[in-house]
Each structure stands twice: as C-alpha cells, then as structure tokens.
Write a protein that binds this ligand. Structure first.
Ligand SMILES: *[C@@H]1O[C@H](CO)[C@@H](O)[C@H](O)[C@H]1NC(C)=O
Ligand SMILES: *[C@@H]1O[C@H](CO)[C@@H](O)[C@H](O)[C@H]1NC(C)=O
Ligand SMILES: *[C@@H]1O[C@H](CO)[C@@H](O)[C@H](O)[C@H]1NC(C)=O
Ligand SMILES: *[C@@H]1O[C@H](CO)[C@@H](O)[C@H](O)[C@H]1NC(C)=O
Length: 309
C-alpha cells in the first residue's frame, strides 16, 4: 500500500517523466543515425563499435525497401555502419547469414563482429578532435551497396555529404566481381581479391608515397571520388561536422518504377515485336515475291526502341 502510494506521488511521476524525456530526446550527449533504405531490395544494416566506452543499442536490423529506422549513439561513439544483402535464416540450422556484408554472428545482431569484405563502410568518430565528428565512406575493403552519409543540422567548414552513391557493381572489373548466379552483388577491393603487396600496401609499399592508386582503385575513385578507395588514399577530403544527426542512405539514387515505365514497357515490346515480324515478312516473304527490299532501311527504325532496354 505504502509503495503504490509513494509511486503515485506527483513529484515521483514528474521525475519519472523527466527521466523518460531525457532518454527519449537526443540531447547534447547523443547522436541520431537515421538509416534509410532507398534500394529496391531489402538491406540488413549492421554496426561495429570501435570505441571502448560507448556502445550502440543495436548492432543489426532489417530494413525492407523504402523503410527507415533510427539508432541513437552516445556522443563519444566511434565505429562503422554497413549494409548486408540477401540475408536468410537456414531452415535446418536456424543460423542467420548474408551473401554480402555477413558478420558471422549467425544472428541478426552482429554483436561485435565486423563485416566480411566486399562491403561499403560508413565510418564515424563522434566528438573527436576539437569536439567535431569525423566521418568517411570507404570502399578500400570493396563495395556492396551504394551509401550516402548526409549530416543533418550540422555546421562546420567540411560538413557535407559524402559517400559512394553509385552502384559500383555495374562497373566492377571482371576479376573483382562477386556473383549470385549471374548477378554481380559485390565488387572486391584489389587487395583482398588479388592478394598482392602493392594493392594491400604492405612491405615496401607501406607508405603514402609507395602505395599508389592502381588501375583497380582508379575505377573506384572515378565512380566515387569522395570515398576512400585504397589504403593510403590521403588525397580524399576529410569530412567533419558538429552535428547531432546523420542520415545513412542506402541506394540514394535508386530509380523507382514509375507509372510511365509500367505502361510504356509493354508498348515498346509490342512495337519491337511488330517491327521484327515486319522485317521477317519483307526479307523472307517479299524476295519470294521477286521484289527487291533494302533491309538496312527497315532495320534502322527498330534500333532506338530496342536500346530502351
Ligand atoms: C571510459 O569512461 C570512464 C568513465 O567515464 C573514463 O574515465 C575513461 O577515460 C573512459 N575511457 C575511454 C577510453 O574513453
Ligand atoms: C540470389 O538471388 C536470388 C534472387 O534475388 C535470391 O532469391 C537468393 O536468395 C540469392 N542467393 C543467396 C545465396 O542469397
Ligand atoms: C575514416 O574514419 C574513421 C572513423 O573516423 C577513421 O578511423 C579512419 O582513419 C578514417 N579513414 C581515413 C582514411 O581517414
Ligand atoms: C577542412 O578541410 C581542409 C582540407 O582538407 C582542412 O585544411 C581544414 O583544416 C578542414 N577544416 C576543419 C575545420 O576541419
């Protein structure tokens, strides 16, 4: 009786509300990461903490296409976020695993385990030098999902968006590709794929002067100039902000299928099919009728329509 009376006292309720509010509101001592999946497939974001004192409330989650989720981090947190793709739970063993970005915890949460390359990484050191947050996106360990980091409400000289927002899988050199059947799902870094000292920047290559941009890292650099593409990629800009939140967007420029696509595509198929039938009829049937037909003229109009695919 006494206890329930005590709990219901206005002052207790008030302090309970204060504590709750304090936990809910991102104050000066926390940062909010908003994970946004704009890919037209599911992404399973994961996080690895590298700071000793500050940890995250979650280290793995699922984001279906179009979904958003937030993770609140202590303001001294350091670590990385990445996206996992094609994740499944084995129906026999019950173990969770992903085709790319797998952390090997066998669960949705990575619980302190890092990603298996190739994986695009978004790296953060909150409240670092001068109280600024430092962040960068790296494809040094390869690429799997396009990522853009957007500071929200922050300020500072070098406080701008960074990332590797384009799909490098499409431009991946053949010997670095990771496939699921015929689909490229990841692009390995030259070091992990080819295991040569000059790509890994070890031995006599272990200095900014001797570790150079290779033809492989150049392909990454061209597509994503703001991202780190090889171990001593010091030419890349450093990004820092005094900010309270960051958006981490997977596939920022993914195209949505529009109504126009839905209606127009069958129409294009219909026209292409009729043009092909027209050519077959004119080339095979008309010569039989002993008429001369210049096929190059007939073939030409079909081309721009087929190029649409
Ligand atoms: C961890 O937290 C303790 C207590 O707040 C502090 O004294 C210590 O310096 C922190 N360690 C690091 C590495 O930040
Ligand atoms: C490969 O891709 C297919 C189609 O997207 C998917 O159903 C399948 O789960 C993927 N394979 C693996 C091992 O994830
Ligand atoms: C990228 O950011 C992480 C976290 O701030 C940092 O540890 C790492 O040194 C940075 N990488 C480069 C190449 O600056
Ligand atoms: C911003 O970046 C430039 C070039 O990387 C650097 O010289 C400058 O010190 C940076 N400013 C801050 C506030 O970090």
């Amino acid at each position: 009786m006494y206890l329930s009376f005590h709990l219901l006292r206005p002052t207790s309720v008030f302090s309970f509300l204060l504590v709750t509010l304090h936990l809910l509101l991102p104050g000066a001592n926390s940062a909010v990461f908003t994970l946004i999946n704009k890919c037209n497939y599911a992404v399973w974001p994961a996080a690895l903490t590298t700071s000793t004192n500050a940890t995250l409330p979650t280290t793995g989650l699922i984001l279906k296409s179009g979904k958003t989720s937030t993770v609140t981090a202590p303001d001294t947190w350091s670590g990385r976020f990445w996206g996992r793709t094609d994740c499944n739970i084995d129906s026999v063993t019950g173990k969770f695993s992903c085709l790319t970005g797998n952390c090997g915890s066998e669960k949705l949460a990575c619980n302190g385990k890092g990603p298996e390359p190739p994986t695009t990484l978004a790296q953060f050191s909150l409240s670092s030098e001068g109280g600024l947050d430092f962040y960068n996106v790296s494809v040094v360990d390869g690429f799997n999902v396009p990522i853009l980091v957007v500071p929200v409400g922050g300020s500072g000289e070098n406080c701008s968006s960074t990332g590797c927002p384009v799909d490098l899988n499409n431009e991946c050199p053949t010997n670095l590709r990771v496939y699921n059947k015929s689909k490229v799902v990841g692009c390995q870094g030259a070091c992990s794929a080819l295991k040569l000292k000059q790509f890994c920047c070890v031995g006599k290559y272990s200095s900014p002067k001797t570790c150079e941009l290779s033809s492989y890292s150049l392909a990454f650099k061209r597509a994503c100039p703001d991202a780190y593409s090889y171990p001593y990629d010091y030419g890349t800009k450093t990004f820092s902000c005094s900010s309270e939140s960051y958006n981490i967007i997977f596939c920022p420029f993914s195209k949505k299928k529009t109504l126009f696509d839905t209606l127009f595509r069958p129409f294009v198929i219909l026209i292409s099919v009729s043009v092909v039938i027209g050519i077959v009829v004119r080339c095979c049937w008309c010569p039989a009728q002993k008429q001369y037909v210049d096929t190059s003229v007939i073939v030409r109009p079909a081309r721009p329509m087929l190029v649409y695919y």
